[in-house]
Design a protein around this ligand. Structure first.
Ligand code: S3P
Length: 427
């Protein structure tokens, strides 16, 4: 597909799509709670629809009515043995969180993914779940999907997380809700806390003290009304686009600003970005962000901020190609096990367009500023790499061809339509 290039400034306003992490969890919490959960602004993108399909196969009634999704939960006990293999598609969140939910259910199930997900590591989830008494096994003795889950009685554990991962943490918490006793999870760096927040929202008891989480077992949750805010991880592409394309002034509306997700705003502020927050809605942790074109300077991105911006590193790397100086990204080895190896994919594809990025074992060294030029590039089947490359193309004079653009439907089906509304090509 030929991408938009030679963009004039991005102007106007945009309500970015709903948060993917919260949309997945709202279906899951609805399914394991007693009563009705009504989800407003559910993200109708492939990943979250994979979660809906999985819970339908587990016997949960889920309806789409006008602009809401309604989940008719019957508690953990209401989940039924599926008659077919569960399919998580491309979604790591679906697979890993469902493993935590099904580890404690008294039936056998198998969950698989697409070619990308079937190569992603699952021992990180199976290990702690086995410590709780869970019985999970990967394909032919490996740690990779399809994962066979034989439901078991679970016991609470104390678990020191060896990696910062909200998916692993959430899988343990879903298992812990069903276990005998109180589970303690200790994080090494704070990752997104939507699961903890929603346990509270759905009437559960949870204690969080900085990096230590304590969750009593055998809890019954109650269905709720959920309002999903905009996804800062989707807003990120337009934030960086407006910073980099001269003459831009763009208002991004109702963006989720949960502090465990806003690392990108801290980094961009350090780089000299002009971003102003207004209209804060404290109940839904959302605000409007006004972004204006800015000259950026290099920075270092490392340590505890990494989990607060893990999905934004490809687009931050693009921002760094246009910043004055050398940007260093470290401690981000998790990027290698995302939908694709995002260190290699970001460096390879942007270097084809004239960037100067050295991939490292745990990040990238980016020398800027470098002008970008036309090239034939590939999303590697990864939605965030695809969107990042379209934003890069806005800066080129020559055409950019993107292979595998359909990957973008995973999180942002309206991405190209939204871009068309905000940007025009120079003639
Ligand atoms: C997510 C957690 C992160 C993130 C993913 C969504 C979640 O993954 O990259 O896009 O919803 O919990 P990890 O937990 O593997 O870091």
């Amino acid at each position: 597909m030929r991408l938009m290039n030679k963009a004039q400034g991005l102007t106007g306003e945009l309500v970015v799509p709903a948060d993917k992490s919260i949309s997945h969890r709202s279906v899951m919490f609805g399914a394991i709670s007693q009563g009705t959960t009504t989800i407003h602004n559910f993200l109708k993108a492939e990943d979250c629809l994979s979660s809906v399909a999985v819970f339908k196969k587990l016997g949960v009634a889920i309806e789409e009515k006008e602009d809401v999704f309604i989940v008719h939960g019957k508690g953990f006990e209401g989940l039924q043995a599926p008659s077919e293999v569960l399919d998580a598609g491309n979604s790591g969140t679906t697979m890993r969180l469902v493993m935590g939910i099904l580890a404690g259910r008294p039936f056998t199930s198998t969950i698989q993914g697409d070619a990308s997900l079937n190569k992603r590591p699952m021992e990180r989830v199976m290990g702690p779940l086995r410590q709780m008494g869970g019985d999970l096994a990967g394909n032919e003795g490996t740690q990779y999907p399809p994962i066979a889950i034989q439901g078991a009685e679970l016991q609470a554990i104390e678990y020191n997380m060896p990696i910062a991962s909200a998916q692993v943490k959430s899988a343990i918490l879903f298992a812990a809700l069903q276990a005998e006793g109180e589970t303690t999870v200790i994080e090494q760096a704070c990752s997104r806390n939507h699961t903890e927040q929603m346990i509270r929202q759905f009437g559960g008891t949870i204690e969080v003290n900085d990096k230590e989480i304590k969750l009593p077992g055998k809890q019954q949750l109650v269905g709720q009304e959920v309002h999903v805010p905009g996804d800062i991880s989707s807003a990120a592409f337009f934030l960086v686009a407006a910073l980099l394309v001269p003459g831009s002034s763009l208002n991004l509306k109702k963006v989720g600003i949960n502090p465990t997700r806003t690392g990108i705003l801290d980094v961009l502020a350090n780089m000299g970005a002009k971003i102003t927050q207004s209209n804060e809605d404290t109940q839904n942790e959302a605000a409007d962000l006004l972004v204006e074109s800015s000259s950026l300077k290099a920075t270092e991105i490392s340590g505890e901020i990494i989990p607060r911006l893990i999905d934004e590193l490809p687009i931050l790397a693009l921002a760094a190609t246009q910043a004055e100086g050398t940007t260093v990204i470290k401690d981000a080895q998790e990027l290698k096990v995302k939908e694709t190896n995002r260190i290699d994919a970001t460096a390879d594809e942007l270097n084809k367009m004239g960037a100067n990025i050295e991939p490292t074992e745990d990040g990238m060294i980016i020398h800027g500023p470098t002008p970008l030029h036309g090239a034939a590039v590939d999303s590697h089947g990864d939605h965030r790499i695809g969107m990042m490359l379209q934003i890069a193309a806005l800066l080129t004079e020559e055409a950019v061809e993107l292979n595998n653009p359909e990957a973008i439907n995973i999180s942002y089906p309206e991405f190209f339509n939204d871009l068309d509304k905000l940007a025009k090509e120079r003639v």
